[in-house]
Design a protein around this ligand. Structure first.
Ligand code: ADP
Ligand code: MG
Length: 258
C-alpha cells in the first residue's frame, strides 16, 4: 500500500497543476471597469463556484476565458498556453473550453442528437458514425438518450439544458464553464441539471460555475469565489463562505439571497 502521507507536499506558488490561470486581468466597457485586476487560478479537477451580485462581472469573467470577450491587460493561460488573440490557435484553444449558458442555445431546427453530433464533425473532424456513438453515450450520461430524435422545443427546460451540457462535453473540453445554468429553469427542474453537474465534478471535470445554488456549492465546490464590483472580494471553501464570510460585502450579499 502506498503511504500518500509520505508524498512530498504539492508545491505552492507554482503553476504545475494550474489549468486556468488569470493574472492581473483588466477589462473596461467604455467607462465601466468591469474586471479589475483579476487573479484566479483553477487547478486541474477543481470545481470553483463564482458567486456575486448581478452586474459584478461574473459573466464577463467567464466570457474572457474562452475569448468571447477580449481583455485590456493581464494574461489568461489555459493548460500552460497563453490565450492567443485570434486565428486558428484561438479556435483550437476555445474548443478546450466548454460553455453552458443560462439560455440553452441549442440549434432549434436540429434534433437533440444532431445538436450533439454536429460540433464534433465540423470542428473536430470526427467521423459521423463515431460522433453519433459518442453523442448517444453522452445523452445517456445526462439522462436524455430517449429524447435523441426530438427537436429541442419538444423537451423541458431541464432536459434542454442537459442536452446543452452533453453538447459541450462532446467537444472533450479541458474545462467546463457554467454561467447560471439553472437560473432560467422552473424550480422542479433545477436539481436534475445540478445532479448532472455534480456527477461531472465527481468524475474529475475541471469546472467554473457561476451560480447562487448553495446546495450545489456545498456538494461539489472546492472553492467559492465572491465577486463584487468587478473585483474578487474573497475566496474560501464553501462551508466557510456560507457560514462565516470574511467581508462585509459578502455578508450583505448572502443576507439577501439566503
Ligand atoms: P454578472 O454576470 O455578474 O451579472 P456581467 O459580467 O454580465 O455581470 O456584467 C458586468 C457589468 O458589465 C454590468 O454592469 C453590465 O451591464 C456590463 N456589461 C456587460 N456586458 C456589456 C457589454 N457588452 N457592453 C457594455 N456593458 C456591458
Ligand atoms: Mg451574468
Amino acid at each position: 500500500m502506498v503511504d500518500i502521507s509520505a508524498a512530498p507536499p504539492a508545491p505552492t506558488g507554482t503553476t504545475t497543476d494550474a489549468l486556468v490561470e488569470l493574472r492581473g486581468v483588466d477589462k473596461h466597457f467604455g467607462a465601466l471597469h468591469v474586471l479589475q485586476n483579476i487573479d484566479l487560478t483553477v487547478r486541474r479537477g477543481e470545481v470553483v463556484v463564482i458567486i456575486g451580485p448581478s452586474g459584478s462581472g461574473k459573466s464577463t469573467l467567464c466570457r474572457t476565458i474562452n475569448r468571447l470577450e477580449t481583455i485590456d491587460s493581464g494574461t489568461i493561460v489555459l493548460d500552460g498556453v497563453p490565450l492567443p488573440a485570434e486565428g486558428r490557435a484561438l479556435a483550437r484553444l476555445r474548443a478546450d473550453v466548454g460553455m453552458v449558458f443560462q439560455s440553452f442555445n441549442l440549434f432549434a431546427h436540429k434534433t437533440v442528437l444532431d445538436n450533439v453530433v454536429l460540433g464534433q464533425v465540423k470542428a473536430k473532424g470526427v467521423k459521423p458514425a463515431k460522433a453519433k456513438e459518442i453523442a448517444l453515450a453522452l445523452l445517456d450520461r445526462v439522462g436524455v438518450r430517449n429524447q435523441a430524435d426530438k427537436l429541442p422545443a419538444q423537451l423541458s427546460g431541464g432536459q434542454q439544458q442537459r442536452v446543452a451540457i452533453a453538447r459541450a462535453l462532446a467537444m472533450q473540453p479541458k474545462v467546463m464553464l457554467f454561467d447560471e445554468p439553472t437560473s432560467a429553469l422552473d424550480p422542479e427542474m433545477i436539481n436534475e441539471v445540478l445532479d448532472v453537474m455534480v456527477g461531472l465534478a465527481k468524475d474529475g471535470m475541471t469546472m467554473i460555475v457561476v451560480t447562487h445554488e448553495m446546495g450545489f456549492a456545498r456538494r461539489a465546490a472546492n472553492r467559492v469565489v465572491f465577486m463584487d464590483g468587478g473585483q474578487i472580494v474573497e475566496e474560501s471553501d464553501p462551508e466557510t463562505f456560507f457560514t462565516a464570510p470574511k467581508s462585509e460585502r459578502a455578508r450583505d450579499f448572502l443576507s439577501k439571497i439566503l
